[in-house]
Structure formats: C-alpha cells, structure tokens
Design a protein around this ligand. Structure first.
Ligand code: ADP
Ligand code: ADP
Length: 226
C-alpha cells in the first residue's frame, strides 16, 4: 500500500483561480519524493490539501490506509508537516514547542520530552532548548520545525521548500539529516524549485507546472533523458 495516493485532485480558490487541474500521483512507502516546480505551480496547495489545511475542490487523497475525508484522525497521525513559513509562538521556548506538539497527538508528556531531546540533539538545537524561538536564526527555526514535525515519529514526513533561503552549508547538513531519517524508514516528500536538490536527495520526482503534473518519473530516468 502506497504512502500517498492522489487521484484527480483539483483546487479552485475562492477568486476562481484553478490552482490544481486534476492531478494524480502515487508515492510508495520508503520513497524520497520531490514535487518540483516553479513558484505558483501548485506545490503548496497540494501539500496543504494532503495535510487538511486547505480544502480541496475535487478528487481523492489517501495516506497509507486513511482517506483524508473519511479518516482524518488516522491520516493526521501518519503525517509530519514542515511548513514553509514559521508558524510557532515566538515567545515559547524551543523545548516547549516540540513537547507541546506531542500533546496534539495524544502522546504522554514523558514520551514527548524523550523525543524532543532525541530530535533537538540530532538537529543541533539542544543547547538552544531553553531559549524562546525568536532568538533562533532562520536556519535554526527551520530545523526546529523539523524536530517538531518528528515528535510523533510520523511514517510520512512532508516538507514544503525546506531549504528555501538556507545557505549551502546548512542545506547540506539538512540533506544529510533527511537522508538518515529516510534510511531509517520514513517516507519523505518535499517540494522544491531546485532541480539540484531533487537530484541530490530524491529517488522519484513529480514535476508540476500550472496545476498539472507534467512528468512523474525516477531521478535516474529523468537524468538519462536530459
Ligand atoms: P507553489 O507552492 O508551487 O509556489 P501555490 O500552491 O502556493 O504554488 O500556488 C498556486 C497558485 O495558486 C498560485 O498562482 C497562487 O497565486 C494561487 N493561490 C494560492 N493561494 C491562493 C488563495 N488563497 N487564493 C487565490 N489564489 C491562490
Ligand atoms: P544560520 O545562522 O546560517 O541560519 P544555523 O545557525 O542554522 O545557520 O547553523 C548553525 C550550525 O549548525 C551550522 O554550523 C550548521 O552546519 C549546523 N547545522 C545545520 N543543520 C544541521 C543539522 N541538520 N544537524 C546538525 N547540525 C546542523
């Protein structure tokens, strides 16, 4: 059973703009998948719908065995989301941001604290745990969002433009971390507008443009054809 199945997904925004024109794609469990496309292509809209943050206009989305319409709670547990924009309370301490996220998934405080330590350590943020998040640099905030997304150890990690505005060195460290998480069994989907990033990390790639999937293939096959 695939980690993600999208069938004929469409989105028309309130102003009549057709952001997704019936896209279909499948991401197998264990895959590292890039949704690649220029700004405005429909990447964030797609991610928003998968995470039930944006209402779809038509089509079907299934995360493992959970249909996002019929089984929202199960779908939510399967997914960890790293949004493009920082969306935490900037006065809250780093450690609390991660631990409190565990509560959102019904985890015990004890387990959430254990996981918070594990991921803040892994992402080089443990020394910053008692600081309010507003004291962190841009790159650190992004890593904090990754730690927060992993607290319930989701089977599917989705990142929206994780390295946008992140410098090269930081980007490589982040890539290494994601590769490790993927090697340990987490399916990863990220959106990017850098082919280079998709190429460095991902096994499969969907290219989206003007709300349509124009290519859906393996990186190897794509490079062979270029
Ligand atoms: P990407 O993530 O690939 O940059 P988005 O999914 O954010 O693309 O946006 C796809 C298109 O939908 C863009 O043209 C964008 O301007 C439009 N769009 C996004 N959000 C809204 C909205 N709330 N209302 C109207 N149009 C929107
Ligand atoms: P910036 O101030 O440019 O945003 P950061 O403060 O985020 O950079 O990065 C501080 C240090 O942490 C850097 O030396 C970087 O190499 C390291 N680092 C970045 N990402 C990771 C990661 N995923 N795991 C461990 N260390 C990292």
């Amino acid at each position: 059973i695939p980690a993600l199945t999208i069938e004929n997904l469409s989105k028309v925004y309130g102003n009549g703009f057709e952001a997704l024109k019936g896209i279909s794609l499948t991401v197998e469990e264990g895959d590292f998948y890039a949704l690649l496309g220029p700004n405005g292509a429909g990447k964030s809209t797609t991610i928003g719908i998968i995470c039930s943050l944006v209402a779809k206009s038509g089509g079907k989305v299934q995360v493992f065995d959970a249909d996002i319409d019929k089984d929202f709670a199960a779908a939510k547990k399967y997914i960890g989301i790293v949004p493009q924009e920082f969306n935490f309370n900037t006065f809250e301490r780093v450690i609390d941001i991660v631990v409190n996220q565990g509560g959102y998934y019904g985890m015990s405080r004890e387990l959430a604290a254990e996981r918070a330590e594990k991921y803040l350590q892994a992402l080089g943020l443990w020394e910053k745990r008692l600081e309010p998040s507003r004291n962190l640099s841009g790159g650190m905030k992004r890593r904090l969002m990754i730690a927060r997304a992993l607290v319930h150890e989701p089977k599917l990690l989705i990142l929206d433009e994780p390295t946008a505005g992140v410098d090269i060195e930081m980007r490589r460290a982040m890539w290494e971390f994601l590769e490790k998480i993927n090697a340990e069994g987490t399916t990863i989907i990220l959106t990017t507008h850098y082919l280079e990033e998709a190429e460095a990390l991902c096994r499969h790639i969907g290219i989206i443009n003007h709300g349509e999937i124009v290519e859906n293939t393996s990186i190897r096959e794509l490079l062979r054809r270029l």
